[in-house]
Design a protein around this ligand. Structure first.
Ligand code: NDP
Length: 483
């Protein structure tokens, strides 16, 4: 009798014994943790367990944080040499590495992303941003950004929930390297790793007030944006809030960078290596549950290979392991919040209503927590909402094309312009396509690759300015623009 081979994985749970979560947190202002007055719960989205109570910063807290940042800028940080600032950044990077496992576990518990991703992507990249910018701190004069580069002063930084610690690193590392002090607000649902980072600042003996962290909701973010003591705003999040911020700072002298939404085209030409592109499609849309601004959420397939690609993609999607984010085998974790789950469901329902065909990978979703199976929609047209709006979840919209020019026209037919992917074995076609695409980041025969040395940012409604590399550094220096 023929025996059926089984490739079931035994559970491999990461231990949470390494992290100590306090029952309640305050804000980190002037180098110390200070108690907040109002609190709200932060939960584990995979289980709905309440992890801790987070403080909601109001006007007094934000005032205190801005005051501490100004004092630190005037008295200490702006007087310090770049070489000395760099030492602190190197120290922070090394301490983050030493605590990497603790950071990874905490991120996964608070965010719902698989431990494999927080351990192998988020935390190493966050440390890499501090290492990279530490190297710039004493070389600003040689960065091609003017002979006497000068910091803005106090930077207000507002970050989202999809890569909590990594987005903090993207913001704090260049700000400090360029000589600014900061007031940062993490997202409401994912404050814990930012608060652990505050402890790292204490361990690194960073001068008091150089980094201040206030937790809260959108109202706290608005208080930072509108505070007269802030010189520069850096925001990552939705295009909707980005527009509110742009309007708020327009009549002021504040400098601003905005990293907003995306609806990236991942284009597969008929001469692509199909099996490799399947991996690229999966990584493009299912990495981090699709909670990625540069996710390859529109698959643009050449008609001659469409059937083959879709069949292979479905086979591959059926093997995606969905479930406990703390299990080292898990590929797709929990949706970050109930609100986000509702948004994914709403847009997917619009896909059904508007006539696209839905297919979801057969998988068992846990009873508690927020979950959405990996899903593709075929038969999508450019007018469908699922082809135009950011779903920010594990949902892929598939469109097809016949000629290369049609692929480009479809790819560029979006209000966004953050990223794109091109799959082809032909170099000339890749170069031609990348010159036609209106996207800030273009990957060829790969997707979702990040590096601190590489500028990241978008066209159109995807935002203003760049983060990372020399271009990102320029956003934290006065009078330098590298759009
Ligand atoms: P938001 O843009 O609302 O949140 C991003 C950050 O801004 C959070 O820290 C948020 O605080 C804060 N914030 C909210 N309102 C204001 C305001 N008026 N002024 C200043 N700061 C504010 O994104 P959401 O988290 O609500 O997600 C909504 C949608 O945005 C998602 O479904 C997704 O489509 C998109 N998104 C895109 C991201 C990207 O990187 N492109 C990242 C995150 C979301 P709080 O968390 O407390 O609300």
């Amino acid at each position: 009798m023929e025996e059926k081979l089984s490739f079931e994985y035994a559970p491999a749970p990461e231990s949470r014994a390494l992290v100590t979560i306090k029952p309640k947190y305050g804000h980190f202002i002037g180098g110390k943790f200070v108690a907040g007055s109002k609190h709200f719960p932060t939960i584990n989205p995979a289980t709905e367990e309440v992890l801790s109570q987070i403080s909601l910063a109001g006007k007094t807290d934000v005032d205190a944080a801005v005051k501490a940042a100004r004092k630190a800028y005037t008295i200490t940080w702006s007087k310090m040499s770049g070489k000395e600032r760099g030492k602190y950044l190197f120290r922070i990077a090394r301490i983050m590495q030493e605590h990497s496992r603790e950071f990874a576990v905490l991120e996964t518990l608070d965010n719902g992303k698989p431990i494999r991703e927080s351990r192998d992507v988020d935390i190493p990249l966050a440390a890499a941003h501090f290492f990279y910018h530490a190297g710039w701190a004493d070389k600003l004069e040689y960065a091609g950004l003017g002979t006497t580069p000068k910091a803005h002063g106090v930077a207000g930084q507002i970050i989202p929930w999809n890569f909590p610690l990594l987005m903090l690193a993207w913001k704090v590392a260049p700000a400090l390297a360029a000589g600014n002090t900061v007031v940062l607000k993490p997202a409401e649902t994912t404050s814990l790793t930012a608060l652990l980072f505050a402890e790292v600042c204490q361990q690194a003996e960073l001068p008091a007030g150089v980094v201040n962290i206030v937790t809260g909701d959108g109202s706290t973010g608005a208080l930072i944006v509108n505070h007269p003591g802030i010189d520069k705003i850096a925001f990552t999040g939705s295009t909707e809030v980005g527009k509110i911020i742009a309007r708020a700072v327009a009549p002021t002298n504040k400098s601003v960078t905005l990293e907003l939404g995306g609806k990236a085209a991942n284009i597969i030409f008929e001469d692509a290596a199909i099996d490799e592109s399947i991996e690229g499609i999966v990584n493009g849309i299912f990495f981090n549950q699709g909670h990625v601004c540069c996710a390859g959420s529109r698959l643009i397939l050449q008609e001659s290979v469409a059937e083959e690609v879709i069949e292979k993609l479905k086979n591959r999607m059926a093997k995606i392991r969905v479930g406990d984010p703390m299990d080292k085998n898990t590929d797709l974790g929990a949706i970050n919040s109930n609100d986000q789950l509702l948004k994914i469901r709403e847009l997917s329902a619009a896909g059904d209503t508007e006539g696209a065909q839905r297919w979801s990978a057969p998988c068992e979703l846990p009873g508690k927590g927020f979950w959405f199976a990996p899903t593709i929609f075929t038969g999508v047209t450019q007018a469908h909402r699922i082809a135009r709006e950011e779903i920010f979840g594990p949902v892929l919209s598939v469109l097809t094309f016949r000629t290369p020019q049609e692929a480009i026209d479809k790819a560029n037919n979006t209000p966004f312009g953050l990223s794109a992917g091109i799959w082809s074995e032909k170099g000339s076609k890749v170069l031609w396509a990348s010159q036609q695409l209106r996207a800030g980041v273009i990957w060829t025969n790969t997707f979702n690759k990040f590096d601190p040395t590489s500028p990241f940012g978008g066209y159109k409604e995807s935002g203003w300015g760049r983060e990372g590399g020399r271009h990102g550094l320029s956003a934290y220096l006065k009078g330098v623009s590298h759009e």
